[in-house]
Structures are given as structure tokens and as C-alpha cells.
Design a protein around this ligand. Structure first.
Ligand code: ZN
Length: 381
């Protein structure tokens, strides 16, 4: 198989032929040519076979990584004159207008935005976090393929925000396929009502489970007659795990403030920069972080108790446990957290008790953030 053919199959870019592939130590540059002869306006369906001029418009887009390589798609595009939009560069089928990411990359970022915090996405995908926000906006503005709303059984509803919480979007994801299927500006129950309007009563009646972060707004919309009152509502496990991580971080901050004020600065020096050692998953620690964590373990104290509780909580969702087994683990965790004399964990335990049934629903129906790993590895492979 020729390299160009291999990349054409590998990248699955719509409507193009791969004409050249250049591999550098960090970057794979894939040059493509549009198969279609006619020029299409990026903002409307206007088509023409007439070029506006012969000057090429060189363009590039970031595409999904291949292993550790970044992938850049390049094309020499043509310009056309649209009666409505004036002189514009032609539309490409694999990217949204004005984007410097391919559609697949936009979609991946938008989906990850519902499952991870922004700094993790930025690190994982090697993009600026602003890029995550603009990708989400494009996904929402785009009229998604209406077939995406067919065959939805298990969905997640999430609110994401950026620009210092000035922009809010509601995104609906299909848990079975790991894609964003719908999105709109706003974050209240009226926003989600629009999703159910588009979905219609027939398809809404097929929804079996909905996961969400439990503000009351989305729940109200789901429970409305004609929407999906039959659906089992599951807690969004990602948010719960994050909540426990935040409780741990609060314990860490308090300890740090105490150590800083000691006359002997040796303790503070030792503890400095331990944030990631505590918050990251143990299997992802660098050697230095692992060493730091071992030191914290030797010193015991509240911070180590807090760390253990964070890991125990995470373990409830990592394993393959039944609803009954999870109930035992969760109750034991809540009991321990309630007795631990760390205010942030006492508070977290109260929240978990309130949401006990919804957390167990999430475990029983297999809707958990374990999917994040599955999806990122497969889409990056
Ligand atoms: Zn146009």
C-alpha cells in the first residue's frame, strides 16, 4: 500500500485525496486535495464552478494525533464569490468554517470537555485551553447531523463554561458512542427543553438513562412529561470524583498555610509543590512526585488520611463491582469521611449520602468516567 493511501484510510478525512505525507520527528504533515470540482461557500449552500481568482489560499488544520505525532492537514484551497457572502475561501468537508482544527478534533475536544477539566484536556491534547472553548462553540453552532439523535439510549447532560464563566453551553453526549450529539447556549432547564423538542416524544421515550451533574435545572427538564421521565437518572461520576479531589485540595491548602508560618521553613520546603503528587492518579506520578507522596505517607496526619480517602473513593468506580458491592463500599466511605474530622470531607460525605441512589445508578448502568480512558486511547490510536 502506498503511504498516501495508508494515510487516507488512517485519517478518514471526508471528501479528499491524500497527495503527500511528510514525517518529521514531531509532526506528520498530510497534504490533501479536494475531490470535488465545484467550489462551495463555507457559510451557505451556494456552489459554483467559477473560481474568483487563480491565487491559491494555503490552509492548514490540526487533526487527531497519531501516537506521539501531531498531525497537520494542509491543502491549497480556491476562492469563490458568493452572492451573499462575498469573496470567500471554499468550504472543506472535514473542518468547520474558520476552524484551524478538523471536525474530528473539534468533536473530540467538545466531548472531553464534558468529561474532564480544561487543564487536563489542554495537556492531553496539547492545545491551549482557549482552543477547547472555541471548539465547543463551533460544535454547538454547527447543525449536527440529525441522525446523531437516532438510537440514543444512554445520554449525559453537562454544562461547561469558559471565559471566566461568561459563556455557558449545555452539551448532550451519547455515552454509547462517546460523541457530543447536541449543544446550545445556556444552562437552565429551558435549554435542555430545546433538546427534547428536537428529539421528539418517540425518541425521548427510548432513553434509558441520563447522567448529569445534579443541579435541579436539568433534572426538571428530564422529568417533564413527553421528555424522558422513564429514564434512570445517574450521578455524573466525573463531578463526584472531582468533588472529593477538591476536598483533598482544601486539606492540602490548610496544611500549607500552617507550615508556611512555622519558624523552621524545612517542613514547608518539603511540602511545597505536592499538589500534583496528591491529586494525580498514583500510576501517573513522576519519580519526584512518588517520592513526595511517600514522604507524606511516612508523616501520616490528616493530609495522608485525606489522600487515602480520595483513592478509596476513586476505587469504587474503577473496579467492576455490582450495585450491592458498591453500596457497601460507598457507605463505608461515607462513614469514614464523616468521622475523619476534616471539614471538607465531612461535607463531601453529606453530598454523597444525598446522592447515594444516583451514584449507585451510575455504577449499575456502567456510566462512569472510566470511559474517558477508553475513548481517548481509541481516538488517538
Ligand atoms: Zn455564501
Amino acid at each position: 500500500m502506498r503511504v498516501t493511501t495508508a494515510f487516507k484510510r488512517l485519517l478518514r478525512l471526508e471528501g479528499v485525496n491524500v497527495t503527500d505525507v511528510t514525517i518529521t520527528p514531531v509532526l506528520i504533515v498530510v497534504t490533501v486535495a479536494l475531490r470535488r470540482r465545484r467550489l462551495v461557500c463555507p457559510h451557505c449552500p451556494f456552489k459554483t464552478s467559477a473560481r474568483y481568482d487563480t491565487r491559491p489560499a494555503p490552509s492548514w488544520w490540526r487533526h487527531l494525533d497519531i501516537g506521539t505525532f501531531r498531525v497537520e492537514v494542509r491543502a491549497s484551497l480556491r476562492r469563490l464569490r458568493c452572492p451573499t457572502h462575498g469573496v470567500v475561501t471554499e468550504m472543506v468537508p472535514f473542518a468547520r468554517p474558520g476552524a484551524n482544527l478538523t471536525r474530528d478534533f473539534d468533536d473530540l475536544l467538545a466531548w472531553l470537555a464534558t468529561r474532564m477539566d480544561k487543564s487536563s484536556i489542554a495537556r492531553l491534547c496539547r492545545v491551549a485551553w482557549r482552543t477547547v472553548g472555541t471548539a465547543c462553540e463551533r460544535v454547538v453552532a454547527d447543525e449536527l447531523d440529525p441522525r446523531r439523535l437516532d438510537g440514543l439510549f444512554r445520554i449525559g447532560v453537562d454544562e461547561i463554561s469558559w471565559r471566566k464563566h461568561h459563556s455557558y453551553l449545555t452539551l448532550v453526549v451519547d455515552h454509547d458512542h462517546g460523541v457530543v450529539v447536541w449543544g446550545a447556549q445556556g444552562k437552565d432547564s429551558a435549554t435542555l427543553d430545546k433538546f427534547f423538542d428536537e428529539l421528539g416524544t418517540e425518541r425521548s421515550a427510548l432513553i434509558e438513562a441520563v447522567s448529569m451533574d445534579l443541579g435541579p435545572a436539568y433534572l426538571k427538564s428530564v422529568r417533564t412529561e413527553g421528555h424522558a421521565p422513564q429514564a434512570i437518572v445517574c450521578a455524573d461520576v466525573f463531578h463526584l470524583v472531582k468533588l472529593v479531589g477538591d476536598a483533598l485540595d482544601e486539606v492540602r491548602r490548610e496544611l500549607w498555610q500552617t507550615l508556611r508560618r512555622l519558624p523552621d521553613d524545612r517542613w514547608a520546603k518539603d511540602f511545597k509543590g505536592s499538589r500534583w503528587a496528591l491529586l494525580k492518579n498514583p500510576e501517573d506520578l513522576t519519580d519526584r512526585q512518588a517520592e513526595q507522596l511517600a514522604k507524606i505517607k511516612r508523616n501520616k496526619g490528616g493530609i495522608w488520611r485525606a489522600y487515602e480517602m480520595k483513592e478509596q473513593f476513586r476505587a469504587i468506580f474503577a473496579g467492576d463491582v455490582t450495585r450491592d458491592e458498591a453500596a457497601v463500599l460507598l457507605d463505608a466511605w461515607c462513614a469514614r469521611a464523616q468521622r475523619c474530622r476534616l471539614p471538607s470531607f465531612v461535607k463531601a460525605a453529606r453530598t454523597m449520602r444525598e446522592r447515594r441512589d444516583l451514584i449507585l445508578n451510575a455504577i449499575e448502568h456502567g456510566i462512569s468516567n472510566g470511559r474517558v480512558e477508553d475513548s481517548t486511547t481509541s481516538s488517538r490510536g
